[in-house]
Design a protein around this ligand. Structure first.
Ligand SMILES: *[C@@H]1O[C@H](CO)[C@@H](O)[C@H](O)[C@H]1NC(C)=O
Ligand SMILES: *[C@@H]1O[C@H](CO)[C@@H](O)[C@H](O)[C@H]1NC(C)=O
Ligand SMILES: *[C@@H]1O[C@H](CO)[C@@H](O)[C@H](O)[C@H]1NC(C)=O
Ligand SMILES: *[C@@H]1O[C@H](CO)[C@@H](O)[C@H](O)[C@H]1NC(C)=O
Ligand SMILES: *[C@@H]1O[C@H](CO)[C@@H](O)[C@H](O)[C@H]1NC(C)=O
Ligand SMILES: *[C@@H]1O[C@H](CO)[C@@H](O)[C@H](O)[C@H]1NC(C)=O
Ligand SMILES: *[C@@H]1O[C@H](CO)[C@@H](O)[C@H](O)[C@H]1NC(C)=O
Length: 465
């Protein structure tokens, strides 16, 4: 520790022995090309000074280092040009320090930087000069600071950026408009989760490069529920974007801004039944919701009714487990009329199925959702099978009593469990139909599926055509 202090006189002239110290410093500086500060470990191209109690940057950092680790120290500021004598520096780790702002030129001449970790510091505002000139920077870690504001030019000029992490800050507004395809062609991840973004400029968000939309993390913000938010997030979810898939539970929004009335917007889509999910050309696209309950092992047909009517309609389905349904899927079949067949529903087939009908001719498409719940077979096959078995036993008992131990003619005992389709007809109670949808006398092939337009969805939803 004492040696650190002696090696870092920030203002040599203040001391009476200034010139002597300056000479000493220059000597050390020359030696620094080969030597390593005593509190650091220098291995080939890496200098690690983490957890060394540093309050200031050591002056004698090896100039040839590619990686410099200064994390877990007590750094509160960086002088201008702190790293300008390290031309090969690519990875700079300064997480877990006490930096509250960066002075102009802090990274002057550190243009080789590709990975910069400033996470878990105390930065408040990200100013435009912070990362000026770092055009090779690919990864920028700013999570867990105290950032309330990211100024508009803060990321400009960082044309190599691939990933930026702003999670766990207090950001209320983000300059989405400053990120464009031509300015940030490689940006594939922008993490803004766990901030304070209440309302986002969704038109700006929708104008972000497609690559970035796939990697935009917005969960755990105190967002206010509205249709424009839902239509964007719903789409990204339907397209299987990881940010939505991996953090479904944390996509919450509050009704009318009341934090006590918060809903998980991807799991309670009913609240958004009145929303119209818009196409790019602002033409309405119907989102129809319905619920289907079936028991395990049954055959399920999901229709894809659509307000579109064209000669060349094509249909695609997204399965919650398999993603886009391909023709090669053994247990699923997609009919040309859009109906999806699940041959033997398994419990893990439950979830939200999304059908999209595309009219290529008119470039229109419409989407519907079906929430499928597959209940384990035991209960149902027990209750229905039980009735059959009981009847059989009674019959058998009667026969036995009548014939005094004549063996059962087992046509009755061995009768297999009836296939599910007849069961439904006989015993609708075996299937927990949603109460609002009384099972109709459907054509027997469509047993499991509610007629979509006439049920609850139809009552609340009036698709515009
Ligand atoms: C920055 O780099 C330029 C060119 O590489 C060099 O001329 C200049 O002296 C450097 N500045 C500092 C402060 O090292
Ligand atoms: C959500 O964000 C808050 C701060 O906004 C944070 O304290 C909390 O840990 C976050 N939750 C998760 C699960 O990340
Ligand atoms: C689907 O239905 C199940 C059970 O009824 C429910 O728990 C789940 O939240 C529903 N999911 C959606 C997206 O509506
Ligand atoms: C949807 O619209 C219906 C009829 O206009 C209305 O009664 C209902 O409250 C609306 N639901 C929501 C969640 O706004
Ligand atoms: C679609 O075709 C399949 C197989 O021909 C049929 O079972 C199903 O009922 C059809 N669906 C509609 C909505 O016509
Ligand atoms: C889903 O369940 C079926 C049988 O119940 C099983 O064969 C299959 O491996 C399961 N798939 C996954 C992804 O868990
Ligand atoms: C729906 O239509 C829009 C605009 O034509 C298109 O960008 C989008 O890819 C379509 N969606 C699907 C799933 O085909």
């Amino acid at each position: 520790m004492p040696r650190v202090t002696s090696a870092t006189p920030a203002t040599p002239a203040t001391s009476a022995r200034g010139p002597a110290r300056l000479l000493l410093m220059l000597g050390l500086l020359r030696a620094s090309e080969l030597t390593c500060p005593p509190m650091c470990l220098c291995i080939s191209d890496t200098a690690s000074c983490s957890s060394s109690g540093l309050a200031k940057l050591p002056l004698t950092l090896p100039s040839f280092s590619v990686t410099l680790d200064l994390s877990h120290n007590h750094l509160t500021w960086l002088a201008s040009g702190s790293f300008s004598h390290m031309p090969r520096l690519e990875n700079l780790r300064m997480g877990h320090n006490y930096l509250s702002s960066l002075r102009p030129g802090a990274f002057h001449n550190a243009t080789g930087l590709r990975h910069l970790d400033l996470s878990s510091n105390r930065l408040k505002v990200v100013e435009p000069h912070y990362f000026q000139g770092l055009w090779r920077l690919e990864e920028l870690l700013l999570y867990n600071n105290k950032i309330t504001q990211v100024e508009a030019g803060a990321l400009s000029g960082l044309s190599s950026l691939k990933k930026v992490y702003f999670s766990l800050n207090q950001i209320t507004h983000f300059p989405f408009f400053s990120i464009r395809e031509h300015s940030h062609p490689f940006l594939a991840m922008l993490d803004l989760s766990s901030n304070r973004l209440a309302r986002l400029p969704w038109e700006e968000v929708k104008a972000l490069p497609g690559l970035l939309q796939r990697g935009l993390y917005l969960h755990n913000n105190s967002m206010i529920c509205d249709c424009s938010m839902y239509s964007v997030l719903w789409r990204w979810d339907a397209w299987g974007y990881d940010a939505l898939r991996d953090f479904r539970e944390q996509h919450v929004c509050s009704i009318a801004g009341d934090p006590r009335a918060s809903i998980r917007l991807l799991q309670q889509p009913r609240y958004f039944n009145n929303c119209t999910v818009e196409r790019a050309s602002a033409q309405p696209v119907a989102v129809l919701l319905s619920n289907v309950h079936v028991s395990e092992g049954s055959r399920l047909l999901l229709d894809c009714p659509t307000p579109l009517s064209g000669a060349d309609l094509s249909f695609s389905w997204l399965s919650p487990r398999l993603g886009p349904v391909s023709a090669a899927e053994p247990l699923l079949h997609l009919f040309a009329n859009g109906t999806l067949e699940i041959r033997e529903a398994a419990v893990n087939d439950s979830g939200l199925y999304v059908c999209t009908a595309v009219d290529a001719g008119q470039s229109l498409n419409a989407t519907r959702e079906v929430n499928v719940t597959v209940v384990p077979g035991e209960a149902d096959s027990f209750s229905t099978g039980y009735t059959t078995l009981l009847g059989c036993l009674v019959t058998m008992l009667l026969i036995l009593m009548y014939l005094y131990l004549t063996p059962c003619r087992c046509g009755c005992c061995k009768q297999p469990k009836p296939p599910f389709i007849p069961i439904v007809t006989y015993d609708p109670g075996a299937f927990p139909y949603s109460a609002s949808e009384p099972p109709k006398s459907q054509s027997s092939k469509h047993v499991a599926f509610m007629e979509p337009m006439t049920g609850d969805a139809g009552a609340e939803w009036t698709p515009e055509s």
